[in-house]
Design a protein around this ligand. Structure first.
Ligand SMILES: Nc1nc2c(c(=O)[nH]1)N[C@H]1C(S)=C(S)[C@@H](COP(=O)(O)O)O[C@H]1N2
Ligand SMILES: [Mo]
Length: 352
C-alpha cells in the first residue's frame, strides 16, 4: 500500500463509501452498509412535483407520479451491484478518480416495476435503437456540464430484468440511493443503474453523452474509442478472518481450524467455483460453493475450512465462471482503471 492518494481523491472517498468487508456476512447488505457512488450532489427532490417523463420514439408519451409507478405491477429482485471502478486504487500506473480498493459492492432487494412493461405500455415506434435514462443530478465532468445520463440498447431493456425501483430492502429509497426512483439493471456494473430518475427517452440513434462516449470505456490510450463497459466480470471476496491490526488492517488469527467465508458473483455467465490460496496465489484449493438461494442476480456464498498453523500467510480467493473466466492475480490496466477483478489479498499472522 505505497501509492499516494491526493486530498481530492480522499474527498471523493469520504463521500462515497465502500462495503466494510465483514458486512459480507449478510446475504442482503443492510442498506447503510451498501457501497455508495454519487458523481455530483444528491439532488433535492420535491416528490409532489416530481414526475417520470417517458418520451422520444413512443406512441404514447407518459408523465407518471410516484403513486402511478407504485400502482403498477411490482417485482422484487435481489441484485449484487458493483462499481466498474472497483479495484482502481490497486492498478499501476495510478489512475486518479474515486480510489476504490476492492469493496465497492453490495447486494440489495430492489422493489419496483419492470422497465420493459412500462415501455410496452408507451409503445415503441419504428427506428428505436436505445433507451436513455436521465437523472436529476447535475455537475461538470471532463469540462462538460451535464445531468448524469446513461443509455442501454433497446433489446437489452426489452429482454432484461431491469426495474424502476422505489424501495430497497423493504423501505423507500434513501436519498443517497436515488429517491424517489432509480433504474436497477441486474448483472451490469453500477453506472448503468441511474439514480434520481427524471426521464426515460427512446432514441433512434445511440446516445453519445459523456458517460457513454468518454467514461466507462476500456482502452489503453485516451485517444482510442475503446470498448464500452457492460456486465460485471467474475469476482470473489472473503470476510477477513480473526481480528485486525488498526492501521494496516492485517489480521491476527488463533491457530486451529478457521472457517473462511465469502461471496462470489458475476454478471456475465454463472459462478461455478471459488478457490482459496494461503500462499499468495502460488497454490489453490477448492472452496465449498453454497446453493444459489436468493436468485440469479445475487452473489453466492462460499466457505473453506483452513487448518491454520502458526506463521505468516497471504490469503487469496478467486472465482471461476461457466465460460472459463477466472480472476487474475495481477490487476489489469486501462485508462479509467475499470474492471480490476484481480484477486483479494489478506495478510494474516496465525498465533498460538
Ligand atoms: N443519477 C446518478 N445515477 C448514478 C450515479 C450518479 O452519480 N448519478 N452513479 C452511478 C454509479 S457509477 C454507481 S457505481 C451506482 C452506485 O449506486 P449506489 O450509490 O446506490 O450504490 O449508481 C450509478 N447511478
Ligand atoms: Mo460506479
Amino acid at each position: 500500500m505505497g501509492e499516494v492518494i491526493s486530498l481530492q481523491e480522499l474527498q471523493l472517498a469520504a463521500r462515497n463509501h465502500a462495503l466494510p468487508l465483514e458486512a459480507l456476512r449478510w446475504d442482503v447488505t443492510p442498506i447503510g452498509l451498501h457501497y455508495l457512488l454519487t458523481h455530483y450532489d444528491i439532488p433535492d427532490v420535491d416528490v409532489d412535483a416530481w414526475r417520470l417523463e417517458v418520451g422520444g420514439l413512443v406512441e404514447r408519451p407518459l408523465s407518471l407520479s410516484l403513486d402511478d409507478i407504485r400502482a403498477r405491477p411490482a417485482v422484487e429482485t435481489a441484485v449484487t451491484m458493483e462499481c466498474a471502478g472497483n479495484g482502481r486504487a490497486h492498478v499501476e500506473p495510478h489512475v486518479v478518480s474515486q480510489p476504490w480498493l476492492l469493496e465497492a459492492v453490495g447486494t440489495a432487494r430492489w422493489r419496483g416495476t419492470p422497465v420493459a412493461g412500462l415501455l410496452a405500455e408507451a409503445g415503441i415506434r419504428d427506428g428505436a435503437v436505445e433507451v436513455l435514462f436521465t437523472g436529476l443530478d447535475r455537475g461538470v465532468e471532463g469540462g462538460e456540464e451535464q445531468a448524469y445520463a446513461r443509455s442501454l440498447r433497446l433489446a437489452e431493456v426489452l429482454t432484461g430484468d431491469a426495474i424502476l425501483a422505489y424501495e430497497v430492502n423493504g423501505v423507500s429509497l434513501p436519498p443517497q440511493h436515488g429517491y424517489p426512483l432509480r433504474l436497477v439493471v441486474p448483472g451490469w456494473y453500477g453506472m448503468t443503474s441511474v439514480k434520481w430518475l427524471s426521464s426515460i427517452s427512446v432514441l433512434g440513434e445511440p446516445f453519445d453523452g459523456y458517460q457513454m462516449r468518454h467514461s466507462y470505456r476500456r482502452r489503453q490510450h485516451e485517444d482510442e474509442p475503446g470498448e464500452p463497459i457492460a456486465r460485471m466480470a467474475p469476482r470473489s471476496l472473503m470476510i477477513p478472518p480473526g481480528i485486525p491490526e488498526f492501521l494496516s488492517r492485517s489480521r491476527i488469527v488463533a491457530a486451529g481450524a478457521c472457517k473462511l467465508r465469502g461471496r462470489a458473483w458475476t454478471g456475465e455467465s454463472e459462478i461455478v467455483g471459488v478457490d482459496v490460496s494461503t500462499d499468495g496465489g502460488a497454490t489453490w484449493q477448492r472452496a465449498e460453493l453454497d446453493d444459489d438461494s436468493f436468485g440469479r442476480w445475487a452473489w453466492r456464498s462460499w466457505s473453506f475450512i483452513w487448518d491454520a498453523e502458526p506463521g505468516d500467510y497471504e490469503l487469496c480467493c478467486r472465482a471461476r465462471d461457466a465460460a472459463g473466466n477466472v480472476q487474475p492475480l495481477e490487476p489489469p490496466w486501462n485508462v479509467g482503471g475499470y474492471m480490476n477483478n484481480a484477486v483479494q489479498r489478506v495478510a494474516v499472522s496465525v498465533v498460538e
